[in-house]
Write a protein that binds this ligand. Structure first.
Ligand code: URA
Ligand code: SF4
Length: 249
């Protein structure tokens, strides 16, 4: 436990020692900040403390574990006040494909797991059609890690606060391909404004990673006319990665 409260320290430490301890804590906060990322929100000790404690625990530096701790305790945007669970994402490390959706829905908020509701089960089927699954070769995450109330689209300030986490996840996971599902993920990570209809059928380069855009499974459940384009997108991904096309189940 790191003492961070100067009056608490005063009782048993000389001034020089107190300054040294506060300096160590401040350095740890700077390190924690590089894990948490910048945001338009004021960082409080609440954001830094769990990460700073992890960094000072003497355990070997593990950027992925630090990131998990940072997300689990995050208070960088207003979505922290209505969430039940943060949803970090799940799947394998160094996956073939990393899928990025929009944000947790009700089932995800209740369970802390990504894409477990109806849309998620549908997404799993798309992936299975080309031999992909979160158990073997996929990591699934979201642009925002906390559920927006009533499943509304995340607001620009929330995306700005949360996006450093997904960028860091991509950097650490180094997937062979990035699949952006829906316009929120595509707009946020590619910094483009066109609709999915315009962005699909292209392969973008996200920091050296081939990146494909497709519709969001919730949107496809509502609009069956998107089923065929999604199937075309899955086949194109299979082709890029040299995967077998197993077909729709
Ligand atoms: N929709 C998303 O975008 N992400 C989830 O995790 C679930 C539904
Ligand atoms: Fe933090 Fe992201 Fe949750 Fe906002 S949505 S509180 S930035 S984890």
């Amino acid at each position: 436990m790191i003492p961070t409260n100067t009056s608490g320290l005063r009782r048993y430490m000389e001034k020089d020692e107190r300054i040294a301890v506060m300096q160590v804590f401040s350095d740890l906060c700077d390190q924690a900040k590089s894990v948490i990322g910048s945001s338009p929100y004021t960082h409080t000790e609440l954001d830094f403390r769990p990460v700073a404690e992890k960094l000072s625990s003497g355990e070997p530096e593990d950027a992925w574990e630090n990131l998990k701790v940072a997300v689990a305790h995050c208070g960088k945007c207003k979505l922290c006040s209505t969430r039940n669970h943060t949803v970090f994402g799940e799947g394998v490390i160094h996956p073939l494909v990393m899928v990025v959706g929009e944000g947790p829905g009700a089932e995800e908020d209740a369970s802390g797991r990504p894409f477990v509701g109806r849309a998620g089960q549908y997404l799993d089927k798309w992936l299975a059609s080309i031999g992909l699954s979160r158990e073997t070769n996929v990591f699934i995450g979201n642009i925002v890690k906390c559920r927006p109330p009533e499943n509304r689209v995340p607001e620009p300030d929330e995306i700005a606060a949360c996006i450093p986490y997904v960028r860091k996840q991509i950097e650490l996971l180094q997937p062979k391909l990035l699949l952006l599902s829906g316009s929120t993920a595509a707009h946020a990570l590619l910094e483009r404004v066109e609709g999915v209809g315009k962005l699909r059928n292209q392969t973008f380069d996200y920091h050296g990673i081939p990146t494909v855009v497709t519709y969001h499974p919730a949107g496809v459940l509502r609009n069956p006319e998107y089923r065929r384009p999604v199937w075309e997108d899955m086949k194109r991904i299979a082709q890029i990665l040299g995967l077998p096309i197993l077909g729709k189940s």
